[in-house]
Design a protein around this ligand. Structure first.
Ligand code: COA
Length: 158
């Protein structure tokens, strides 16, 4: 496994990051992404957090993770790595960071929904320790099915 480059830093996001995150998302997602206002809401959410991976050279985000605390779990709401930085363990580092936060908060598991037709993301989540838990038919606006995947954080939970 390669490790993310030292040209990158990881940090928590704030309101000032909304425009750059909106741009990164809109350049890489085929689906409708969030507006700057929606990003601001995420960046200020009391039960959630946004984490950025930033290029030291450009001070621009090259990846992000959005998660919410819901009951005994952390939900991965969105995760994205800039196409030029993929397959360099950036996504893995973000998931390991989420697991470390989860352990510190004593949550039981990380959970997420992923499009069934997003083969690359499904293989990524399997590679970083997630297992399929079920399916949500027609979950997305275009009728695509979602797979629910989870990774245990605290083995003391059932
Ligand atoms: C999914 C995503 C976040 C992965 O980020 P990444 O930084 O490229 O992932 P990593 O380099 O940490 O990959 C870790 C392992 O996952 C697997 N993996 C990652 N991307 C994969 C792909 N496209 N196809 C197959 N396996 C993949 C590999 O086993 C990889 O290890 P390896 O490179 O040593 O073989 C990135 O491809 C992305 O942003 N995709 C578009 C947005 C998206 O679909 N997000 C998920 C929304 S739920």
């Amino acid at each position: 496994m390669t490790t993310p480059s030292q040209e990158l830093t990881f940090r928590g996001g704030s309101s000032e990051d909304a425009a750059a995150l909106q741009r990164l998302q809109s350049e890489h997602e085929t689906e409708q992404g969030w507006t700057v206002q929606q990003w601001q809401k995420e960046l200020n959410r009391s039960n959630g957090s946004v984490w950025l991976v930033e290029s030291v050279d450009t001070n621009q985000p090259v990846g992000y993770l959005v998660m919410w605390r819901v009951a005994d779990r952390l939900e991965i709401v969105d995760l994205l790595v800039h196409s030029r930085w993929r397959r360099r363990s950036v996504g893995r580092a973000l998931i390991e960071m989420a697991a470390a936060i989860g352990r510190a908060q004593q949550v039981c598991r990380l959970v997420l929904e992923v499009r069934r037709d997003n083969a690359g993301a499904r293989q990524f989540y399997e590679a970083v320790g997630f297992e399929e838990q079920g399916e949500k038919p027609g979950f997305y606006d275009d009728g695509a099915h979602a797979l629910v995947m989870a990774r245990t954080v605290e083995t003391a939970c059932d």
